[in-house]
Design a protein around this ligand. Sequence first.
Ligand code: PLP
Length: 407
Amino acid sequence: MNTHDFIAREDKVCPPTYTPLPVVLCKGKGSWLWDIEGKKYLDMMTAYSAVSFGHAHPRLLKTLNEQAQKLTLTSRAFHTDKLAPLLEKICALAGFDMGIPTNTGVEGVETAIKVIRRWGYETKGITSNEAEIIVAKNNFHGRTTTVISFSTELEYQRGFGPLTPGFKAIPFGDARALKEAITPNTCAFLVEPIQGEAGIIVPPKGWLKEVREICTKNNVLLILDEVQSGLGRTGKMFAFQHENIQPDGLILGKALGGGLLPISLFLSRREILSLMTPGSHGSTFGGNPLACAVGYEALSLLEEEHLDQRSAELGAYMKSSLEKIQSPLIKDIRGLGLWIGVEFHKDLVTGREVCEAMRLKGVLSKDTRKTVVRFAPPLTIKKEEIDFALEVFTETLHEIEKAKQLR
Ligand code: PLP
């Protein structure tokens, strides 16, 4: 069976909620992926930043295998010996007291929303069912019905109403808009410190610090969604550390599972999370010992191999190399650490065209919001591998320019 046959087979049984590039992958090792025809690709996308340790990291695989032989799932009807060590470690790293374990990123967000609202009613004293959460325009926090309710992308909502009320969207990076949007019913500001799916949008310097001050002044919780930006991706362990602030709650996911399995967390302070009582929340797989063991090992790897620093150094190298590329197609280059978006002039080329052409040359990435190509390689990537991606990207752009007679 060839690539075409496999895609046709999948299309018959799986509805088209994605538009994947026409490649059928069957193997991954380190920074590389292989398709069923034996062609090798550099992974510059890492499952939307979730494969930060590269594919099949030996240490993570060892932990996975060892734990799989011992104990994988009990549900939280019982205690296991793996949940406390993971939560202790991540709380120490991120500056929190407690955490609720879930599975996917959006479940972490849903958990945060429940906790925030409960805090709003029981601690802040908001009238029942009146709590408001402020979010940013162009946010991406996942795909459940509540979470799409505060998306500003209409396509994410079309045909899925009625939507969940209680959210208000303000422009990203605008501190004054936040101040003006706060009412006595506001319980939290929920925001990505850098907007990933919106096209790797880095807010103005100092904005997050100002946001912290506004939230504190108004008794509003600052909840950061670092599902994508967290765990070294931006060159610091957490993106909020670039501004030396401490949020009131933090959502993590993606890379925490080492690229092997899903695990997410909502972390906060004791007085906030203590409001969650038996029966208020739960998940059969949340906090399972297999995911907790892998998550613990992933955090140890991050720390011991200083992958956050590596991300900062290699990211700076990659960004400055991208900035040297002379191309009329490029409109903007932005990002932090190994998380860089290149935006193209929309009337000249789409991100999709660039990704399709790079794929033919052995580099995989994915466009976002049509005009942006993201580069989010494993944090373990080697400099030579980055050079290969840069070479392919440059060559691709020059070929497109020639084909469009821009050169
Ligand atoms: N939050 C952010 C910032 C994300 O980027 C994503 C996924 O891209 C999510 C939440 C949702 O994560 P998941 O797809 O694991 O539900």
